[in-house]
Design a protein around this ligand. Structure first.
Ligand code: ARG
Length: 318
């Protein structure tokens, strides 16, 4: 099921995920997409309605003491609000929610799709393993070719693998959920440089909870979530003038768990300080409260998966 608002314009566009590989890009160089390349008109995102959402088990610190505490009507209203805001600027595809899979709403963990290829997650959290088959079927139905993935390497999709469109690289998180080996496999499959970052604070158990590459080479992130070597790696790749380092308060309200579409940054909450830094960087922060999903350890970004084309393109697959 796809939001049917495709236009001839977006049927001709695909976003930078399809851009040329920049695996040898200079480490300190915030490279922009080639000026000759037309800016993508719309992004495509995958979402899953929260019909069966809830906190039914504990697989991250946010879920502690939250079993049965998420209010479903409020969760539905918050999700609908996010969906509506995103739908104004992007095409949205939907995967069917499934009873007994309360975390399936977090489609960031479906896998990682670049070009025509998708890697389906191999969940570390056994509670989420039944989602793998459903996400795999969805990718297959859209015509993606599914890359083989080693059985013994946990990988939780775009929760731990973030495309940096400006640099053509994939930032990868490991340490809590995805395995240390995952980046190396992603690099091989997608032929893009994968930069491995070790996560050291269990509250920031997926990379997308504390790290958000934005367009134009900007990077919003919470440094304390990473070990020292990873912080250095980040600083070597993203120059200081492009880094938006957030403090613990913003980090704990999952400000970095943001979705950017056409310069708008959708996020659960944002301090005044962060708001003005985003505005100074040329972005428009849009707060969309997601308190019920925070109880499960997720916010805006977790509720979406970037797809490598406009929805009309997605529909043409398969
Ligand atoms: N309860 C879910 C889990 O622990 C939340 C997932 C959030 N997703 C994300 N991409 N950070 O798996």
């Amino acid at each position: 099921m796809i939001d049917g608002r495709s236009t001839p314009e977006n049927s001709l566009t695909s976003f930078d995920a399809d851009a040329a590989v920049l695996s040898d890009a200079p480490r300190s160089d915030a490279r922009e997409a080639a000026p000759s390349r037309p800016a993508p008109a719309r992004r495509a995102l995958l979402m899953c309605a929260p019909d069966h959402f809830g906190v039914d088990y504990i697989i991250n610190p946010w879920m502690e003491n939250q079993i049965g505490q998420a209010a479903l009507p409020r969760a539905k209203a918050q999700w609908e609000n996010l969906r509506g805001k995103l739908a104004a600027h992007s095409d949205i595809a939907f995967v069917a929610p499934t009873p007994g899979l309360p975390d399936m709403v977090f489609t960031a963990n479906a896998g990682l799709a670049i070009g025509d290829t998708a890697v389906v997650s191999r969940f570390n959290a056994k509670e989420r393993r039944p989602e793998e088959r459903l996400f795999c079927e969805w990718f297959e139905a859209q015509g993606y070719s599914i890359a083989p993935w080693p059985e013994n390497v946990p990988f939780e999709g775009a929760g731990d693998a973030l495309l940096d469109h400006a640099r053509g690289i994939v930032w990868c998180g490991y340490g809590w959920r995805s395995g240390e080996e995952a980046p190396k496999h992603l690099q091989k499959i997608f032929d893009r440089r994968a930069v491995a970052l070790r996560l050291v604070d269990s509250r920031f158990y997926h990379l997308d909870t504390c790290f958000c590459p934005l367009s134009g080479g900007w990077l919003m992130y919470y440094p304390d979530a990473f070990d020292i070597a990873s912080r250095e790696a980040i600083r070597a790749i993203a120059p200081v003038e492009k880094r938006i380092e957030v403090g613990e308060k913003d980090a704990l309200s999952f400000a970095c768990n943001a979705v950017e579409v056409s310069g708008r940054v959708f996020l659960n909450a944002c301090s005044d300080d962060l708001r003005s830094r985003l505005i100074d960087a040329g972005f428009t922060p849009v707060v969309t409260p997601l308190s019920e999903f925070m109880k499960a350890g997720g916010a805006a970004k977790c509720l979406t998966l970037q797809l490598p084309g406009a929805a009309s393109t997605v529909m043409q697959r398969g």
